[in-house]
Design a protein around this ligand. Sequence first.
Ligand SMILES: [Zn+2]
Ligand SMILES: [Zn+2]
Ligand SMILES: [Zn+2]
Length: 147
Amino acid sequence: MPVPLAPYPTPPTTPYTPPPVNGTQSQLVCSGCRNLLLYPAGATSVCCAVCNAVTAVPPPGTEMAQLVCGGCHTLLMYIRGATSVQCSCCHTVNLALEANQVAHVNCGNCRMLLMYQYGARSVKCSVCNFVTSVGASTSTLEQKFNS
Ligand SMILES: [Zn+2]
Ligand SMILES: [Zn+2]
Ligand SMILES: [Zn+2]
């Protein structure tokens, strides 16, 4: 594991809890240092006080979702509906998976269109029982088994 260049800033623990105001303050995660930032409603970008990175504020009404990076386990925020999220820390591309989301792949043997659940590594064709591996590129990758 590479050592971070700067020590991770510890947010000050204050007993103060923000009042439950509706829509006047929002939160986002800094694109630079991953600190949670508070910003007033209407702002289009937030300058981080810790690392001075400017993070664009998603337009109001945008539904944000979160996932944990598979590479470095950083909490990532993304716009709901996006299919993949690239981590700004380790550049791992994480698939943004909704539950019950399905994908399609053509059977590697009979080209039948198969449906499978995201996360599956292989799909067994119900017609010819050929097992098609998914996950990498399914359009151009042709695996030949000479057995
Ligand atoms: Zn920052
Ligand atoms: Zn990461
Ligand atoms: Zn098939």
